[in-house]
Design a protein around this ligand. Structure first.
Ligand SMILES: *Cc1c(COP(=O)(O)O)cnc(C)c1O
Length: 390
């Protein structure tokens, strides 16, 4: 008899038979990359988040890089983001040679604090900063209506890093739900389909936008800056060949394409997105209730949270982390603050710069949160946490 010791990670994907069938169908077709499955995934994903356009990409980091390129980030560009995010949110500015600035988080929501961003913007002449990259951290939607007003006041663009929040939303000033990535306020939004995220394609990413010019630019940059659209050719008519082989490379782009079989997997996963999101919200409610009168600080439950992560805060975080590991529960910390990474410290950032972010980091722990987490396994997680004595 084999003894199964189950381990429970903080997040994981599920692949169904229908997912596998969708991938196999594409593998047997004529296109393995940039075929009809990409166009379908883009269309369905744009519909899902309520945006006009979507561009599928190799991963979320490539999506961020192309956003920065499309918004003309260069060595003169200063951009503000949050220290509590995956490094890629900031790195995309560096890929284009720009300067990263951080503002502190709101200790209630863990999101980039708009008042701190305003204070930073007001410290400098208008035009000093060119962009803001707010992150829908842990699945909590940033109030982008407020950010849009602020950004317009200071002539900034907005990239919404919505990797944690497909299906999430905030309530606007007219009490209307505004879905993450719907393009109504941010210039561009990005998503990731890494296996720990809501929708998994192995690696994968998406940019959504309502801006046609940016959309066209992103399409060009995704494939080496090459176009085969005759209406867009820049060479003079006598240089443009009538031959079917002709194409033009107009910008220095990359190969950031997603494959067709990954797109088919994404489309198949997307059909379950709402159901899975509901499950995440149910799990969150169950955690909220379980820890209500304990020393475990639960995240503030805000309408529209997509619950990519469920982040608790505890005094003895290392002790609890090790206790959980010893019981086959693999919690995680999101994130070591970006400004304390050796790479960012070279620009002068140091401990003490962002007290809220650092206080959050000292106590935060992401406990298991994924749609296939069973009630039994969640009960085991809760019991194991409650049994911990530091
Ligand atoms: C996952 C993630 C990314 C990067 O996405 P990849 O697909 O892994 O490149 C960027 N930002 C945030 C907030 C993420 O969680």
């Amino acid at each position: 008899m084999k003894l199964e010791i189950k381990s429970i990670p903080y997040g994981r994907q599920t692949i169904t038979d229908a997912d596998i069938e969708a991938v196999v169908t594409v593998l047997k077709s004529d296109f393995l990359t940039q075929g009809p499955a990409i166009a379908e995934f883009e269309k369905k994903f744009a519909e899902y988040v309520g945006a006009k356009y979507a561009v599928a990409l190799a991963n979320g980091t490539a999506a961020l890089h192309l956003c920065a390129m499309a918004l003309d980030v260069d060595s003169t560009t200063r951009v503000i983001t949050t220290p509590i995010t995956f490094a890629a949110s900031a790195n995309c500015v560096r890929y284009c040679g720009g300067e990263v600035h951080f503002a502190d988080i709101d200790p209630e929501t863990f999101l980039l604090d708009i008042n701190k961003v305003r204070a930073l913007l007001e410290k400098h002449p208008k035009g000093y900063f060119k962009g803001i990259i707010p992150v829908d951290f842990a699945g909590n939607a940033v109030n982008l209506e407020a950010y849009r007003k602020l950004a317009d006041e200071f002539g900034c663009w907005i990239i919404e890093d919505a990797c944690h929040a497909p299906g999430g939303y905030f309530m606007d000033s007219n009490s209307k739900e505004q879905k993450c990535g719907n393009g109504n306020f941010a210039d561009l939004a990005i998503f990731s389909f890494h296996p720990v995220k809501h929708i998994a394609t192995g690696e994968g990413g998406m940019i959504t936008t309502n801006n046609k010019d940016l959309y066209d630019k992103l399409n060009l940059l995704r494939t080496h800056g090459i176009t085969k659209d005759a209406s867009k050719y820049k060479n003079s008519p006598d240089e443009v060949s009538q031959g079917g082989w002709y194409y033009e490379m107009q910008e220095l782009g990359y190969n950031y394409r997603l494959t067709d079989f990954q797109a088919a997997l994404g489309t198949s996963q997307l059909t379950r997105a709402d159901k899975n999101l509901e499950r995440r919200r149910t799990l969150a409610k169950q955690y909220d209730a379980a820890f209500k009168d304990s020393e475990v600080v639960t995240p503030s439950s805000i309408n529209g949270n997509a619950y990519h992560l469920y982040v608790i805060q505890v005094e003895d975080r290392l002790g609890l982390y090790n206790h959980l590991r010893a019981n086959n529960i693999f919690a995680q910390v999101h994130y070591v603050p970006c400004h304390l990474m050796p790479y960012y410290k070279q620009f002068g950032f140091k401990k003490g710069d962002f007290p809220m972010a650092e206080a959050y980091y000292d106590k935060c722990l992401s406990i298991p949160m994924y749609h296939s987490l069973s009630d039994e396994d969640q009960a085991y997680v809760i019991e194991t946490i409650k049994n911990f004595k530091s």
